[in-house]
Design a binder for this molecule. Structure first.
Ligand code: SF4
Ligand code: SF4
Length: 447
């Protein structure tokens, strides 16, 4: 497979030079339309949380009126979910994601990373070491967490809950269990179909690999049920989004290049993701962070054009087999920010859910408002993230649904906590698991 060549590469990207976002800053006319949709401002009502204030800060940093590492500037830069909601309501189309990422990258260039982030992010560059760490974590999690059998989740035990309470890890917090056997070890590297018509690579990402392997297995099962051969290379790394939002650009570039090499080797024509963040990385972020790289820039563009969320692949690239197994469930759907605002995927998951016999689909109010996860934002700003999540849980409750489905594992984690804490403990599920279950029931009833 040969990637197209690209000429006239930029010498640097906005990740390397804050001044490059000057043109984005100049587009802002301070109208304040972003206030209406910013989830953080929606709960704290503080002007400094709003997009236009952060834009003003970036401007002041560039003109030298403010220092990047001023504590107030630091607080503003990191009090953002990078959810892109403001970009959907901006009349002048300010690419605010570039501004906030450029600010964070500039801060890391100036001061380096805090030691804990540095240690974690360095480990990500060594997939085998990271994998070993996750397995040790899985084996030891019983010491600090108790199992909530009914919810398939874990919560902190005392005294860990007491210590972690300040970061939201109190005894009520619900999280998915870390698996002992990750998805990529549960399945062969190539899963064949009976009569394969296409072969695709599946980029699992870390969340499906370590926290939701069953959903990853469901995705593979759905593909093979539609005669698609699935390649799941073991050496894939984290997509890099959790690192990108912390400004560690060197690490993201290393991860992106490794992932491109690994996927390229499979020789497949398409790349499938089941996570909005991973999909956004491949379709958007890799292209931007590698734009000045003469080798990997063109490769990133090549793969961006061939990457599909599983729902888009099933509905636009092939025509998926309509399921016949009955689910008898009332389902609502939450639009992940990365899936809707980065990948523009929103109709396709609904089409899949509505195709399942017995499912009654109920749209919640404002399904595309952020759930409050923002990757690690929920850890660093748990109180605000929970207030945002509480609103989402209330919207879910109003639908009367017994299941809230989603296309991003990070949202699944946040919804799991929020519906159990503030809502009616609805089941949280990847939408692909609903389709897989319908196929399974169809098969079982045919026996
Ligand atoms: S909506 Fe856009 S133009 Fe208006 S203040 Fe916000 S970022 Fe600036
Ligand atoms: S990206 Fe999201 S959280 Fe950040 S300023 Fe925009 S709307 Fe607010």
């Amino acid at each position: 497979m040969t990637a197209a060549t690209k000429t006239n590469l930029p010498a640097k990207t906005y990740h390397d030079d804050l001044a490059i976002v000057r043109q984005e800053l100049d587009k802002c006319m301070k109208c304040g339309n972003c206030m209406a949709v910013c989830p953080v401002y929606g709960v704290d009502k503080v002007e400094s949380s709003v997009t236009r204030s952060k834009i003003a800060v970036a401007d002041a940093v560039l003109t030298g009126d403010l220092e990047l590492d001023d504590p107030q500037v630091y607080q503003m830069i990191f009090n953002c979910l990078v959810c892109k909601s403001c970009m959907t309501n901006c009349p002048t189309k300010v690419n605010f994601d570039r501004i906030i990422l450029a600010l964070r990258a500039a801060l890391v260039r100036k001061n380096g990373l805090p030691w804990l982030k540095k240690m974690i992010f360095s480990t990500l560059k060594h997939p085998k070491l990271f994998d070993a760490g996750m397995k040790i974590g899985a084996a030891m999690q019983g010491i600090a967490f108790r199992s909530n059998k009914n919810q398939k989740s874990i919560s902190p035990r005392s005294p860990f809950a007491y210590v972690g309470g300040g970061f939201g890890f109190d005894s009520e917090r619900q999280m998915p269990e870390l698996t002992i056997t990750p998805l990529r070890e549960r399945v062969p590297e190539v899963v064949t179909a009976k009569k394969p018509v296409l072969k695709v690579s599946f980029f699992t990402g870390d969340s499906l690999n370590y926290f939701y392997p069953e959903a990853g297995q469901d995705l593979i099962d759905v593909l093979t049920a539609n005669n698609i051969e699935v390649h799941i290379p073991r050496e894939q790394s984290c997509c890099g989004v959790p690192v990108l939002v912390h400004g560690d650009i060197d690490t993201v570039r290393t991860l992106a290049k490794n992932n491109i090499d690994v996927i390229e080797k499979t020789g497949c024509d398409y790349l499938i993701t089941g996570c909005g963040s991973c999909g956004g990385a491949w379709t958007h972020d890799y292209v931007e962070i590698l734009a000045s790289d003469p080798v990997y820039g063109p490769k990133a563009t090549f793969w961006a054009e061939r990457t599909y969320d599983i729902s888009t692949f099933l509905t636009k690239v092939i025509t998926f087999r309509k399921p016949e197994g009955v689910l008898d469930s009332v389902v609502t759907y939450h639009d992940s920010c990365h899936l809707k605002k980065s990948m523009k995927v929103f109709a396709e998951p609904r089409e899949i859910i509505k195709s399942i016999p017995g499912v009654t689909f109920k749209e919640m109010s404002a399904p595309d408002t952020c759930c409050g996860s923002g990757g690690s934002y929920v850890v660093s700003h748990y109180e605000t993230a929970s207030s945002i999540g509480r609103k989402k849980a209330e919207d879910i409750d109003k639908t009367g649904a017994d299941t809230v489905s989603v296309g991003c594992p990070a949202c699944m984690m946040q919804l799991l906590d929020n519906v159990n804490r503030f809502g009616k403990a609805q089941k949280t599920s990847h939408y692909i698991s609903l389709l897989a279950e319908s196929y399974r029931r169809e098969k079982a009833s045919a026996k």
